[in-house]
Design a protein around this ligand. Structure first.
Ligand code: TTP
Ligand code: MG
Length: 369
């Protein structure tokens, strides 16, 4: 019998800030870009659960988070504390957490800075698997003073959905025979891979829950979503064969920057892109990757229209100069008629590398700065 666990830390960045600064205890906390009194650009990285009560969440523009906090203040509630992102610190804590997991389970697959899959099959029963996860959560609580939510299921997909269901500090067990009834009432958005766009498309044809979606045949879903439709057909049935693998799953490493002012200044943009490419290269190296093949450039215009363009090299490279050249080649059309016939100003650019490769690095080393 296969049993898989998924652990996801609660309000990760914010919870670390809260534990490391007693004066923040119990207050709403927002980690992200500088709000600059409501004029700041950029976004929220995360908010703790107190701040989420104000409607503040990851990826929200920081200016909007500021307004929500001000509105709460006017109602006599404590305003949110806004803190900058301390990525190195969070990576350090992440490494500790992953080490803790490895004391309990043999096979751990870090899936992001604050989540991991692990194999619990050797427990041979859900009861024992649950016991192991309870102990794991206690150890994280005792040693790190942080809480995590855990899901247990017959595969990675079900375990991940389960861990997200009772946050914070949750533990949700879904046995093989319970998968169908567990998934049925959930909103389609709970399925990894269904984002706001797909959700809206499905809503237009009256589909809201996983159960609704199961009424479509594989052909129908392929008709609606192409090749992805086949994957979705399997997912809404809770099927997933992908193995737990002890490798770092980062599919990309990227940086993006929202400018203080929207700009069309090509020398400024070129300079920023060069600097961002350097940061990307440094981070990819720090995470243990030696080579990449694909460069992706994202441009967001002043009106928020957002476009991405990518180029895949025929052979992997580790050269910063190549990254900078490729990124620049991708940006150039946005500076003239080819991709920007209306001459719109640019609000944000992002660059990332994909198809990452690593040679001769132990997976554990990847989480340590
Ligand atoms: P999540 O696990 O998605 O969020 P979380 O841990 O803050 O909260 P939850 O209790 O709901 O799990 O992401 C982990 C960290 O990754 C998060 O603390 C901050 C960072 N992050 C961003 O920087 N930007 C984002 O848009 C998201 C979703 C996360
Ligand atoms: Mg989390």
């Amino acid at each position: 019998m296969r049993i898989v666990g998924h652990l996801d830390m609660d309000a990760f960045f914010a919870a670390i800030e809260e534990r490391e600064n007693p004066s923040l205890r119990g207050l709403p906390i927002v980690v992200g870009a500088d709000p600059r009194g409501g004029k700041g650009r950029g976004v929220v990285s995360t908010a703790n659960y107190k701040a989420r009560e104000y409607g503040i969440h990851s990826a929200l523009p920081i200016s909007k988070a500021w307004r929500l906090s001000e509105a709460a203040k006017r109602q006599g509630r404590p305003p949110a504390r806004f803190l900058p992102v301390r990525m190195e610190r969070y990576a350090e804590v992440s490494a500790h957490v992953m080490e803790t997991l490895r004391r309990f389970v043999f096979l751990v697959e870090p899936a992001s800075i604050d989540e991991a899959y692990f194999d619990l099959s050797s427990c041979e029963s859900y009861r024992l698997a649950e016991e192991v996860c309870r102990k794991m959560k206690c150890a994280i609580g005792d040693e790190e003073h942080l809480t995590a939510s855990v899901g247990i299921g017959p595969n990675k997909l079900v375990a991940k959905i389960a861990s997200g269901l009772r946050k914070p500090d949750g533990l949700t067990v879904v046995r093989e025979g319970e998968v169908a009834s567990f998934l049925a009432p959930l909103p389609v958005r709970t399925i990894p891979g269904i984002g706001p766009k797909t959700e809206a498309e499905l809503a237009r044809v009256g589909v809201k829950t996983v159960k609704d979606m199961r009424s479509f045949s594989q052909q129908e879903l392929r008709g609606m979503f192409g090749k992805r439709g086949g994957d979705l057909y399997e997912k809404v049935r809770g099927r997933d064969e992908s193995p737990v693998e002890e490798t770092y799953e980062a599919k990309s490493v990227g940086e993006q920057e929202t400018f203080e002012q929207d700009t069309g200044d090509s020398s400024f943009l070129t300079e920023r892109l060069r600097a961002m490419s350097e940061d990307v290269m440094r981070r990819a190296t720090a995470e243990g990757f030696t080579h990449f093949r694909t460069v992706v450039l994202t441009v967001r215009f002043a009106d928020f229209e957002t476009k991405s363009r990518s180029h895949t090299l025929s052979v992997p490279t580790n050269s910063l100069a190549v990254l900078q050249r490729e990124a620049m080649n991708l940006l150039a059309p946005f500076l003239d008629d080819r991709e920007n016939p209306l001459g719109k100003l640019i609000r944000l650019i992002g660059v990332r590398v994909e198809k990452l490769e690593q040679f001769g690095v132990h997976p554990q080393a990847l989480l340590i700065e």
